[in-house]
Ligand binder design. Structure first.
Ligand SMILES: [Zn+2]
Length: 279
């Protein structure tokens, strides 16, 4: 069933867990994520970043994502990750996305607030959820530019949330997009300060390669949404390669099933951790 991200974040808060937000780039990835979520009877977020639309056009992805959510046996929110332009965010809302992220974290603070307010207003017309980011998450989001990590300032975050009335805040606490060279030391002290000042659910980007123990610590400090992108793409590629390596004559239909499987296994692994149960 298609639901807002806000609903899933509230549920995560009540259950002291986090909801997984899995990036998708094609039909097989959508199928893999939904299959895992249904099997584990756990709500999930499927998302795509604006920069990835070069590979996977919104006009093709959006109807598939929304339809997959509507037909799923569990609650699914459809989210635009790292929306960079108002135009793209508007399109996603028109297509029925139930959540959007505005990434204007590199803009001056006042400009960021003004722009975010406009998006919050627009999203409210659709009943959609809004996520925003403060500070700089490392790595890159599909471009060649490497960003230097700047941790979210807890005081500024408090002002920002009050001024913009966003629904969820993505934090920068030493996390980075892509694969980490070594598992990162996240600044839990910074996260704790943010959590003590802010009521709304917090979001952790760059979830690929963070340890289970660290995920659980983050959940205990208010992280309610965790983004997994690279691990899903890598899972698809690894399963595809394994299949192609073991046969002389790969066929599309088996390959497609392997892609679904690679994403399914990755999603299942993460959902299990994010549910934050003892076993
Ligand atoms: Zn991100």
């Amino acid at each position: 069933m298609l639901v807002t991200m806000k609903k899933l974040l509230a549920r995560a808060k009540n259950n002291n867990c986090a909801v997984g937000a899995f990036s998708v780039g094609n039909m097989e990835m959508i199928m893999g994520v939904i299959k895992a979520a249904e099997e584990m009877n756990t709500p999930v977020i499927i998302q795509i970043a604006e920069k990835r639309l070069m590979n996977s056009p919104l006009e093709l992805m959006a109807p598939m994502m929304v339809s997959a959510a509507k037909n799923a046996k569990v609650d699914v929110a459809v989210h635009l990750d790292h929306g960079l332009t108002e135009e793209c965010i508007s399109k996603a809302l028109e297509y029925g996305f139930t959540s959007v992220m505005l990434d204007s974290s590199l803009k001056p603070f006042d400009e960021n607030i003004a722009l975010t307010r406009r998006i919050v207003e627009k999203a409210s017309l659709y009943g959609a959820t809004v996520e925003s980011e403060l500070g700089v998450v490392g790595g890159n989001e599909g471009d060649t530019e490497e960003h230097i990590i700047t941790c979210t300032d807890p005081k500024m975050a408090e002002v920002f949330c009050n001024e913009t009335r966003i629904d969820a805040l993505a934090v920068a606490i030493g996390n980075a997009h892509g694969n980490y060279p070594v598992s990162p030391e996240l600044r839990l002290d910074v996260l704790e300060q943010i959590y003590s000042r802010i009521d709304i659910p917090l979001v952790l980007h760059g979830g690929t390669g963070i340890t289970e123990e660290m995920f659980r610590k983050c959940i205990s400090l208010g992280i309610r949404k965790i983004n997994i992108a690279t691990a899903g793409f890598d899972g698809l590629s690894a399963y595809s390669k394994k299949y192609c390596d073991r046969t002389d004559k790969p066929d599309y239909f088996t390959l497609s099933a392997e892609m679904v499987n690679g994403v399914y296994e990755n999603t299942k692994k993460h959902i299990k951790i994010f549910n934050n149960k003892e076993n």
